[in-house]
Design a protein around this ligand. Structure first.
Ligand SMILES: C[S@@+](CC[C@H](N)C(=O)[O-])C[C@H]1O[C@@H](n2cnc3c(N)ncnc32)[C@H](O)[C@@H]1O
Length: 150
């Protein structure tokens, strides 16, 4: 089970306007999102974002029961375009809980685990892009060195 880190501290610091528009840019399994929604009133809104298809499945379930919540499957790097598309001009706060989530580490098939063998995938979004194994097979020594260094 994923245990959300700094849950109370992060959400208490984030939500200053219960009627505001907030973004959880790294939805994961929704731990922070649920706590943010708890602090919003009926006019508040939360947009969830995550690259991971499994996070999108969890978010779809939440969307069914929570009208103040919307979600898009993609990167938080696309947020500006998303805001323009939604006609959002002001955002009250954005939460980014950066890194991998424990379900991504637990599933050996994702390729992030140090404990269990698995294919070298390492994509946050398994629905697109090349795996780490494909990238390594084509990358030069200089490119690999640069990625490891940076
Ligand atoms: C530490 S987890 C977040 C856990 C979440 N706060 C919770 O309570 O369940 C980090 C999440 O960020 C997502 N992620 C990583 N890079 C991302 C990006 N560029 N855009 C959107 N999501 C990203 C991962 O897929 C992962 O689900």
């Amino acid at each position: 089970m994923h245990q959300t880190v700094l849950l109370r501290e992060a959400v208490d610091a984030l939500v200053t306007n219960p009627s505001g528009f907030y973004v959880d840019g790294t939805f994961g399994r929704g731990g922070h999102s649920l706590a943010i929604l708890d602090q919003l009133d009926d006019n508040g809104q939360l947009l969830g974002v995550d690259k991971d298809p499994q996070a999108a499945v969890t978010a779809a379930q939440l969307q069914k029961v929570e009208k103040r919540f919307s979600f898009f499957h993609g990167s938080f790097a696309q947020l500006q375009g998303k805001f323009e598309e939604m006609g959002v001009e002001t955002v009250d706060g954005i939460l980014l809980d950066l890194g991998v989530s424990s379900p991504q580490l637990d599933e050996a098939s994702r390729g992030f685990s140090f404990l269990n063998d698995g294919p070298l995938d390492m994509r946050m979004d398994t629905s697109r892009g090349e795996t780490a194994a494909q990238w390594i097979a084509a990358a030069s020594v200089e490119e690999i060195a640069s990625v490891l260094r940076e």
